[in-house]
Design a protein around this ligand. Structure first.
Ligand code: GLP
Length: 253
């Protein structure tokens, strides 16, 4: 089989339908862990791509009684430096779109802390990595993808063995973020991100991409050579990854 055939692609008419299916998979995982009295460890992403998944999870909580009491979450990344109250922070995003609306225990929510001092940053990243391992590892990792081929903020050049660390954002990534920040000069130059190896250790990975402007990077990610020049290509090495796409994002495959 070619590498392409080893990867599951699921192509939907639109992102609403696709997001509902992804949310159902997460809900099913949470419930199956509940039935065994186990915690469910979720790796979560920010950006526009997962918003409808979070909307659906909130709906399942409010209308169908889905409980998050056994859920532990680890977010992929956060800008650095970044205050939690800042509405451009991923901390703010996650609370606005998900955590404020569900019954997750606050102590079970983990988001890289953009306020850690520069001197303690390396230790902080090691601790974040260890905390994931102590929780039993990620059962499920939700991903979006940046136009540079980043997952989390693993920009081109990221090593397959990289762990949680501070990185310098790619220029294209800062251009793409500039509308959220009133111009590129306001976009932080760095971020804390889980590493490629942190992501690849997840038992299950779902990467979502919507729209024509993701079509080219999706083609490279799925059909291109595996290379740190496009870190998302490392996902080709994972044995339980699914690319959930709308028709526009899948249009160059
Ligand atoms: C940011 C995030 C990524 C995300 C990417 C794509 O860079 N750090 O995790 O995948 O944006 O964002 P969007 O989903 O808005 O296209």
């Amino acid at each position: 089989t070619t590498r392409f055939e080893k990867i599951h692609n699921v192509i939907f008419q639109n992102s609403v339908e696709a997001s509902r299916i992804v949310a159902q998979e997460i809900a099913h995982l949470i419930k199956s862990k509940q039935a065994k009295n186990k915690t469910c460890v979720l790796g979560l992403a920010t950006g526009s791509s997962p918003i409808k998944v979070y909307e659906e999870l909130v709906r399942l909580h409010k209308e169908e009684g889905l409980s998050f009491s056994n859920v532990v979450t680890f977010n992929l990344d956060e800008y650095y430096p970044m205050n939690k109250e800042n509405n451009q922070s991923y901390y703010y995003f996650m609370h606005q779109h998900l955590f404020n609306h569900i019954d997750i225990k606050p102590e079970n929510v983990n988001i890289p802390d953009g306020t850690v001092s520069i001197e303690s940053l390396n230790q902080y990243c090691v601790d974040y990595e260890n905390k994931i391992a102590k929780a039993g590892g990620l059962d499920f990792q939700l991903l979006g993808i940046g136009r540079t081929g980043h997952v989390g903020f693993n920009e081109p050049g990221s090593h397959i063995n990289s762990g949680t660390r501070i990185i310098t954002l790619d220029h294209i990534t800062r251009v793409d973020a500039s509308s959220d920040f009133n111009g590129i000069n306001q976009v932080p130059k760095r971020a804390i991100t889980m590493g490629v190896s942190t992501i690849l250790r997840s038992k299950r990975i779902v990467l979502m991409a919507w729209g024509q402007n993701k079509a080219s990077i999706i083609k490279t990610t799925i059909q291109g050579e595996i290379s740190s020049e496009v870190p998302a290509t490392f996902l080709q090495n994972h044995n339980n990854v699914t690319f959930v796409l709308d028709q526009s994002a899948a249009s160059e495959l």
